[in-house]
Design a protein around this ligand. Structure first.
Ligand SMILES: [Zn+2]
Length: 345
């Protein structure tokens, strides 16, 4: 039996060595390891051997199997290397692999679209840090010292600065407006700029409110900005974004940094003005407060209210995205739910 095993080993190694293609090698492999291979037959007949012989033959068989396996692997590598893909004719009919890519989040897309719309009206894009201070978030903007937004009910104050005030008391910016004074201090007037970004508020979360959300604010400062040019600007921007005329209405609104101030509503595009969950069943949705810049804010920016005036608008990006796509729950925008997000691919 020893001679027989030697012969099987020699023949097998010869067959492996003479294989030239992967197909031939697979055929050799089947012959060497298959159920009807010589090695298998020897294994099956081992029952009739003495225990000593069985042990010896068993070891020899497994030694040969290991040898075959190693040689087969080496041969396979050799064949692969000698058959470079580049030598093979390219098959141009094989279907390509589809690369699955991500897509721009609808809020960011809205932000880009607004940047384009404002750039076409000569606005610059400005950005600043998300950590601001009481000075920039409130003092500069004509917020009274006891204004409730300064308390913890709305603003996230940063630990370690709670007993300080002004520029020393730090917070996550609760709105973007602080950036307007910073820009004006750096660049002076006249100015027209937008400053998009994320803001943070300690709000109760529901279908229309989130704790952190994107805002998009714009400010024009010049010598003769009229109220009506502010309105024209809003209508122009909405038309550019939605590609058609959008019904808007203005109500009186109070914000410390404007005088007079307005709430600017657009007709709810989810329900077409009939009333739905998104618009709180009144057919209109509040998309942007705005108004004429308050003289005290101009003073904070070292500009004379006798010489300069200006118009703010603060666009709720989330709301505009909801209007554009008919989204009825603001929480979907931050849900990271791919079933939702893939609809914008
Ligand atoms: Zn509605």
């Amino acid at each position: 039996m020893k001679e027989e095993l030697e012969a099987i080993s020699k023949q097998g190694l010869d067959e492996i060595a003479s294989a030239k293609t992967m197909d031939e090698l697979q055929e050799v492999k089947r012959n060497l390891f298959g159920k009807s291979s010589k090695l298998s037959e020897i294994t099956k007949s081992m029952g009739s051997l003495t225990p000593e012989m069985r042990k010896e033959v068993g070891m020899k068989v497994s030694e040969i199997r290991n040898l075959f396996t190693a040689k087969l692997e080496a041969k396979e590598q050799e064949i692969l290397e000698s058959n470079s893909v580049l030598n093979a004719p390219a098959d141009l009919t094989i279907p390509g692999k589809k690369v699955s890519g991500g897509s721009i989040h609808p809020i960011i897309q809205m932000c880009y679209d607004l940047n384009d719309a404002f750039a076409s009206l000569g606005f610059e894009v400005f950005s600043e840090d998300e950590i601001s201070s009481e000075k920039y978030a409130f003092d500069n903007l004509n917020f009274a010292p006891d204004h409730p937004a300064r308390q913890t009910m709305d603003t996230y104050w940063l630990e370690g600065t709670e007993n300080k005030n002004g520029a020393e008391r730090l917070c996550l910016r609760p709105h973007l407006t602080g950036g307007s004074v910073r820009y004006l201090l750096q660049h002076g007037a006249p100015a027209r700029f937008v400053y998009p970004g994320q803001v943070f508020r300690n709000e109760a979360v529901d279908a229309r409110h989130e704790r952190d959300f994107f805002q998009y604010e714009a400010l024009i400062v010049d010598k003769d900005i009229s109220f009506s040019s502010g309105i024209v600007m809003i209508q122009t921007i909405l038309e550019k974004v939605f590609g058609r005329k959008i019904n808007v209405r203005m109500r009186e609104g109070f914000f410390p940094f404007v005088e007079p101030g307005y709430e600017i509503d657009m007709e709810c595009l989810v329900c077409g003005g009939k009333g739905c969950k998104t618009c709180n069943h009144n057919g209109w949705i509040e998309v942007m407060p705005g108004g004429v810049i308050h003289p005290n804010v101009l003073k904070s920016a070292n500009l004379s209210p006798d010489e300069w005036t200006g118009f703010y608008i603060n666009i709720g990006l989330d709301r505009l995205v909801m209007m554009r796509y008919g989204v009825d729950d603001i929480r979907l925008l931050r849900s990271s739910d791919l079933r939702f997000l893939r609809q914008f691919n």
